[in-house]
Write a protein that binds this ligand. Structure first.
Ligand SMILES: [Zn+2]
Length: 194
C-alpha cells in the first residue's frame, strides 16, 4: 500500500538524516543555509535550529497584514518543500541557492502584479531592491512640463484629474497673460467609472 505525503521512515534528500518536517524545513543544510541567508538579509538574527518551527515563525512574523516579513517565511517553507519534492520525484539535487532564487523570483512576481508593494516593506526598504524591487522607493515619479504664457489679454485654464487608488479628484488653475494666478478650484470626483 502506498501512502501519499511525507513518510517518516524515509531519508532526507540532502543528507542521510531520517526525514521529518522539522528536519526538512529547519535542520537540513539546505534549510539552514536558506534561513540564514534571509535572516542576514533582514538583520533579524533569530535563526536557531534548536527552535521549534512555531517559535521560529513567531520571530519572523509581524502583526502587519501583507508585510514582507510575513511573506518571506511562507515562501521559504513552500520552496523548501517543493525543493524536497523535486529531489525525491525528479532526482534533482537539493540546493539552497535554488530555494533562495525561487523566493526572490516569487517576491518580484508578486510585486510585478501588485499583490505586494513597497508599502509592505515598512522598516525594511533596505531589502526591497535585493528582493526584486525595480524602482528605487526614495525616488518618486515627477513629471515636468513647460508652461507657456497665453497671449496678451488672454487667460489660460489648466485642468488636471488625479486618480490615486480609490480616490479621484480634479483641479484647475486660471492664469493671466503675465502668468499670474487668477482663480483656482479643486474637488473630489465621485462615482466615476474608469
Ligand atoms: Zn538532511
Amino acid at each position: 500500500m502506498i501512502h501519499k505525503g511525507l513518510s517518516l521512515a524515509s531519508k532526507c534528500q540532502c543528507c542521510l538524516h531520517t526525514e521529518n518536517i522539522h528536519h526538512v524545513l529547519i535542520l537540513a543544510s539546505v534549510a539552514v543555509r536558506t534561513w540564514v541567508y534571509f535572516d542576514d538579509l533582514f538583520k533579524l538574527n533569530c535563526f536557531n535550529y534548536h527552535l521549534s518551527l512555531k517559535a521560529f515563525l513567531n520571530c519572523w512574523l509581524v502583526n502587519i497584514k501583507g508585510h514582507i516579513r510575513n511573506v518571506i517565511p511562507c515562501l521559504i517553507l513552500w520552496f523548501l518543500w517543493l525543493e524536497r519534492n523535486n529531489s525525491i520525484f525528479n532526482g534533482v539535487k537539493m540546493g539552497h541557492l535554488n530555494v533562495i532564487q525561487k523566493v526572490k523570483d516569487k517576491v518580484a512576481a508578486l510585486l510585478a502584479v501588485k499583490l505586494i508593494s513597497v508599502k509592505d516593506f515598512k522598516n525594511y526598504l533596505f531589502v526591497f531592491k535585493t528582493l526584486g524591487g525595480s524602482m528605487d522607493p526614495s525616488i518618486s515619479l515627477v513629471r515636468t512640463f513647460k508652461w507657456n504664457k497665453p497671449p496678451h489679454n488672454f487667460y489660460k485654464l489648466n485642468i488636471d484629474v488625479s486618480i490615486n487608488d480609490n480616490v479621484t479628484g480634479f483641479g484647475g488653475v486660471i492664469r493671466d497673460s503675465n502668468g499670474y494666478f487668477v482663480a483656482g478650484f479643486a474637488g473630489p470626483l465621485n462615482n466615476v467609472d474608469y
